[in-house]
Ligand binder design. Structure first.
Ligand SMILES: [Zn+2]
Length: 135
């Protein structure tokens, strides 16, 4: 795929993290959703969206699906930005406590703040790519 951003090169990486309101009614966490989307990396690009209204709702309410309590709104927004940036640099979701910010459980208050970051394995993957093009 042709890279859409002429300013991003192998020498200068550019990530576009766009502040947006919400993705769709089905995933905005306004009602009784059982899923929600706080951020979304656009596949094959260096563009991701961070949905502030959904993050606000998610931080304020547990929801009918009984999700665990999240970190506070500002922390959730910061973690979402870092998580989506990870996707733009080729990282995928992890499922273990050693998967850092790419584990979806990193949004919950039970996740240690010290582990809400990229891991050494993540940095290895990031260093192996020529420039961010998403997953
Ligand atoms: Zn993700």
């Amino acid at each position: 795929m042709q890279h859409p951003d002429p300013f991003s090169s192998n020498e200068l990486w550019v990530l576009h993290l766009i502040h947006a309101y919400e993705l769709s009614e089905a995933s905005d966490f306004d009602a009784d959703e059982t899923a929600y989307t706080a951020g979304k990396a656009v596949s094959g690009t260096n563009v991701a969206y961070v949905f502030s209204e959904t993050i606000r709702d998610r931080a304020a309410f547990a929801g009918s699906a009984g999700f665990p309590k999240t970190v506070d709104e500002n922390t959730l927004k910061l973690r979402t930005v870092l998580h989506e940036a990870g996707h733009l640099m080729g990282l995928v979701h992890g499922t273990t406590p050693w998967d850092g910010i790419m584990n979806l459980n990193s949004q919950f208050e039970t996740w240690p703040a010290a582990d809400a970051k990229f891991t050494l394995k993540d940095f290895g993957i990031i260093q192996s790519i020529s420039k961010p093009t998403g997953i």
